[in-house]
Write a protein that binds this ligand. Structure first.
Ligand SMILES: Cc1cc2nc3c(=O)[nH]c(=O)nc-3n(C[C@H](O)[C@H](O)[C@H](O)COP(=O)(O)OP(=O)(O)OC[C@H]3O[C@@H](n4cnc5c(N)ncnc54)[C@H](O)[C@@H]3O)c2cc1C
Ligand code: SF4
Length: 529
């Protein structure tokens, strides 16, 4: 150990990197957890939110520094494709889960075998059973609340699916009136409503308070009920990991036997520093991880780094129902309709999930009314009336990996430290487009059954903030970046811990899976050390 600055250096302190660091630190392994952004206490973020006039901008309360720029900053992401892929991405200790929605689904065995079953996309290079125990560990760390008795495949079977060896750490939250009434009226039409498992515990667990339904999960949970990566980063620190903030990694150095021997990083003053370790884990999220690899010219013998970019590109429907449903009470989403999660249709079109967004709708409704010239006491009355009836369906599509959908370090643009920004090329494929008529038919049905008046039933394609595929996992060094352990094919001591490794997107939010994989990689490294 004396020859190295640490046994393991983890680059990126989001939920994924922090879980890898914690797992290693618990084993007594020396760890440096490197983070480009600063460390901020929750109260400060909350104060920033209260002071911000742009309450709808989830990034606004968070730091946006010249050396750690967030993804919405103009000029940071150059788009060259037909769709602007602009995922929200934060740069501070804990990363983007400070303002996620905390949905923590598991993939199913079918999601992981999509090519074998349906002849499209790529299979995972591992079975669900291999990942299953690590899902349990990830759910434990994130304190996931969920139902132990639902068929999450959306087939309406009276069984728990996918299979679990451990129960959810906390029971599911009670249904909001909004969710309950939509379910009561739409279920008779054959729609299967599934409860969302999420990292907002319904009971107070090991210092985390129970969720009290403040509906502020995005941009910040005021009481720290919703999980964010900083919680695990700080636990790693308690176990002895060293946290190094405001340190932007810009190069991985290769040595003998193609091993990575050092990481070079810059501090905000522009000074360059070098740290050595036996193992390196890059966990700088699905965009910055491949960028760092490409800037360092490592791990890319397959030419797949940065390619196969997937999101769960989505669509939306908003309408006013014929009865008051009172959205905006309780957490920001509770689940949705899963009929199109799995089946033979996946040979022809993308899987589809309809989530019921439960955001406070007053702002949208007010803007809608003002555009129509409604003012004064009539405006007040109409806001009350329509906000209570607002239904917001947020749909996501399964994506397939295409090498042409890619990101690269920008050839000319750089940030304040002289580090390249990103250029993105992204097109929505025919697999998704073939699913649009199915979505439109569902939308028409929802509106009809709920006696609705449409506010917007064609939002066009939308971002869903899930970055996958960019350092794709596979069973061959020829066409993938990492193997089933998330170890790079090219460098035996370099692991990647990010949603970017996910080779088949399915339609579920990917963070829990990346955390499960990171815990597994950390255990593999711990054994080798
Ligand atoms: C509004 C919103 C809602 C979301 N809701 C959900 C949801 O409900 N469920 C779900 O599963 N996912 C959700 N996501 C996605 C989720 O936030 C991400 O998948 C998750 O944060 C990824 O975790 P990560 O640790 O890989 O990356 P991040 O959380 O982005 O953390 C990466 C960290 O690495 C640091 N870093 C980057 N580059 C460097 C570098 N060069 N050197 C040092 N440090 C670096 C960054 O500063 C950052 O702190 C949502 C995202 C958004 C924006
Ligand atoms: S609903 Fe409120 S208390 Fe619950 S996680 Fe969201 S912000 Fe926190």
């Amino acid at each position: 150990m004396a020859d190295f600055d640490a046994d393991v250096i983890v680059i990126g302190s989001g939920a994924v990197g922090s879980n890898a660091a914690y797992e290693l630190a618990k084993e007594g392994i020396s760890v440096i957890l490197m983070e480009a952004g600063p460390r901020l206490p929750r109260w400060k973020i909350l104060e920033n939110f209260r002071a911000s006039p742009r309450k709808g901008n989830h990034n606004d309360p968070y730091p946006n520094l010249p050396w750690a720029i967030n993804s919405f900053t103009e000029g940071y992401l150059e788009q060259t494709g037909s769709f602007d892929l602009m995922p929200g991405m934060l740069r501070l200790l804990g990363g983007t889960t400070w303002h996620w929605a905390a949905a923590t689904w598991r993939y199913t065995p079918e999601d992981m075998k999509i090519n074998t079953l349906y002849g499209v996309g790529r299979d995972w290079p591992m079975e669900y059973d291999e990942l299953e125990p690590f899902y349990g560990l990830a759910e434990e760390e994130l304190r996931v609340a969920g139902s132990d008795s639902e068929d999450q495949n959306g087939h309406g079977r009276d069984m728990q699916y996918p299979p679990r060896s451990t129960p959810y750490p906390a029971p599911p939250e009670a249904e909001t009136y909004y969710f309950k009434r939509l379910k009561e009226r739409l279920s008779p039409e054959g729609y299967h409503f599934i409860h969302e498992p999420n990292a907002r515990p319904t009971i107070s667990l090991q210092g985390r308070p129970a969720c009290t339904g403040n509906n502020n999960c995005m941009p910040v949970c005021p009481i720290g009920a919703m999980y964010s990566g900083n919680m695990t980063a700080e636990k790693a620190e308690d176990e002895g990991a060293q946290i190094l903030t405001e340190a932007v990694a810009y190069k991985l150095e290769t040595g003998e036997g193609d091993k990575i021997v050092a990481v070079h990083y810059k501090s905000p003053d522009g000074e360059s520093h070098r740290l050595t370790a036996k193992y390196f884990i890059v966990a700088a999220n699905g965009y910055e991880t491949p960028k760092l690899l490409m800037m360092s010219d490592v791990a890319n013998s397959s030419d797949q780094v940065g390619r196969n970019l997937m999101d769960h590109t989505g669509m939306g429907l908003q309408f006013f129902a014929d009865e008051a449903l009172w959205p905006g009470r309780g957490p920001v989403q509770q689940g949705g309709i899963f009929n199109w999660r799995d089946g033979d249709f996946r040979k022809d079109h993308a899987a589809i999930k309809h989530s019921l967004s439960n955001n406070v709708p007053n702002k949208v409704v007010t803007e809608y009314l003002l555009k129509q010239g409604v003012v004064g006491s009539e405006l007040d009355e109409q806001i009350r009336h329509l906000s209570a009836r607002f239904v917001d369906v947020s749909t996501v599509f399964e994506m397939l990996p295409h090498p042409e959908n890619r990101l690269q370090p920008h050839p000319t643009r750089v940030d304040a430290l002289g580090i390249p920004t990103l250029t993105i090329h992204y097109d929505v494929d025919d697999y998704v487009k073939a699913a649009v008529p199915v979505v439109k038919a569902d939308y028409a049905k929802f509106v009809e059954v709920m006696g609705g008046t449409v506010y917007d039933d064609d939002t066009g394609f939308q971002n869903r903030d899930h970055i996958m595929g960019t350092v794709i996992m596979g069973d061959s060094a020829d066409n993938s970046v990492v193997n089933h352990e998330c170890r790079t094919w090219d460098h035996e001591n370099l692991f990647l811990a990010t949603t970017g490794v996910i080779p088949a997107s399915g339609l579920i939010n990917p963070t829990l899976t990346a955390v499960a994989l990171a815990i597994r990689s950390a255990q593999i490294i711990a054994k080798e050390i």
